[in-house]
Write a protein that binds this ligand. Structure first.
Ligand code: CTP
Length: 422
């Protein structure tokens, strides 16, 4: 995925311990002014230069600094933290931080996030010119460049120590420009071929399981050029497929037409209509978990025009609608083939929980993820989601979070349910 601009970009800013750390505060402001969200990790050394509270106030988010804080890990683990971002920015990147990055050391939150991430890092070095020019630093910089790490600066200029030369950190706006340039290219670093299966097979909570996910809208033809559809972006469904794969499952994603890329290493079946989606889902069975995240069109046109419908021939055409098959209900009732867990979504604009409970019963699902898709919520097409998990055991409401976070939590919840069930 590439992002055309900073608006809606998610940046993980790692602040190292150097005099230039104060400029990182201005950088947070500049990034946020342009619509980016910024989460901050500070090294222990950075805290000698600036207060975490300043970074928290400017970013509007909690600042992370301690790898072993159980509270932080419960809220958002360091892996999740490093992966929900579109780009990691290290500013200031001290000689020590650069050395630790180059050698894959990971004994604090900053370096662990840098090692665990699946996104590119852009670093803004800042140090005394002797330290910058030292062969050890230059060797480390060359290693990082070879690894695909992006650099902005250092600039020539007068330094806090009074010397003049290369080593001064790029100014916040120069860093912003470099971030914008970095976001015009894909920022996800793919795993080496074949690595995923091995890694996932060892440790994933869903390893050995099959997960089937529907995503996106369906298109129902009116004639060869027109169709009925809805505003689903496919982001939530695709994120669920990715989270299931991250958890080690073998995943099949059946997707309606969407503008986002197929997830890496996931078998993705492309369909248009609800009936085709049902066929593709039935073909992909058996599965341990079925998650119906698609916004399936409830109706289709009874008799789509074989040729383009033309205007000016009397009255506008009367489009007769017929109901589409309900994929979720069909799969939940599939004798002998019903996945152990069947999960649906309830996209509602009113009476959210009552409608979700009704869908749980009517469609015989094990869990309904209810979300408010009224225009004001910005959920359809947006990156965040506010959901309630409705099951026979009751309702659990989650705070508003990124769709990828909803996906990761949903998958770990389903893994637990599957575990408890077997
Ligand atoms: N769903 C499905 N097949 C359909 C319609 C819906 O599989 N033909 C699934 C969706 O993927 C979702 C759940 O059913 O998991 C609920 O979808 P939603 O559109 O909220 O509900 P509907 O059943 O269509 O009911 P209504 O539109 O009347 O609210």
């Amino acid at each position: 995925m590439t992002l055309a601009s900073l608006s809606a970009a998610r940046i993980l800013l790692i602040i190292g311990g150097g005099v230039a750390a104060y400029k990182a505060l201005d950088l947070i402001r500049r990034l946020r002014e342009r619509g980016a969200s910024v989460r901050v990790i500070m090294t222990q050394a950075a805290k000698h230069f600036i207060a975490p509270l300043s970074a928290a106030a400017l970013s509007g988010q909690k600042v992370y600094d301690d790898l072993f804080s159980l509270t932080d890990e419960a809220e958002m683990g360091h892996i999740e933290l490093s992966r929900e971002a579109d780009l990691l920015v290290v500013a200031p990147a001290t000689a020590d931080l650069i050395a630790r990055m180059a050698h894959g050391l990971a004994h604090d939150m900053a370096t662990t996030a840098l090692l665990a991430t699946d996104k590119r890092a852009l670093i803004a070095p800042a140090m005394n010119l002797r330290m910058w020019l030292h062969p050890a630093t230059q060797r480390n910089v060359a290693l990082l460049e070879k690894d695909g790490v992006l650099f902005v600066g250092p600039m020539d200029g007068e330094m806090a120590c009074g010397e003049f030369g290369p080593g001064r950190m790029a100014e916040p706006l120069e860093i912003v420009a470099a971030v914008e340039a970095a976001l015009t290219k894909p920022t996800v670093i793919p795993l080496p071929a074949g690595a995923r299966g091995k890694a996932a097979g060892r440790s994933g909570v869903l390893s050995g399981r099959r997960v089937l996910v529907t995503s996106g809208p369906t298109y129902e033809a009116i004639d060869p050029v027109r169709f009925l559809a809805n505003r689903s972006s496919g982001r939530q469904g695709h994120a669920i497929a990715e989270a299931a794969r991250e958890a080690g499952a073998a995943v099949t994603l059946v997707s309606g037409p969407v503008a986002i890329a197929d997830p890496l290493d996931i078998e993705t079946v492309h369909v248009e209509s609800a009936r085709d989606m049902l066929k593709a889902v039935e073909k992909a069975l058996p599965a341990d978990i079925f998650i119906a995240a698609a916004a399936v069109a409830d109706w289709r046109i009874a008799e789509p025009g074989a040729a383009k419908l033309k205007k000016g021939r009397g009255k506008p055409p009367a489009l007769e609608l017929v109901e589409n098959p309900d994929i979720l209900a069909t799969i939940a009732a599939a004798a002998g083939k019903r996945p152990r867990l069947v999960v649906g979504f309830a996209a509602e604009t009113e009476n959210l929980l009552a409608n979700a409970r009704a869908k749980l019963a009517a469609k015989k699902a094990d869990l309904i993820v209810a979300n408010d898709v009224g225009a004001a919520s910005g959920v359809f097409g947006g990156k965040a989601n506010l959901v309630h998990l409705v099951s026979k055991d009751g309702v659990e409401s989650w705070p508003s979070m990124d769709k990828r976070e909803v996906a990761a939590r949903l998958i770990s919840r389903l893994a637990m349910m599957l575990g408890a069930d077997s």
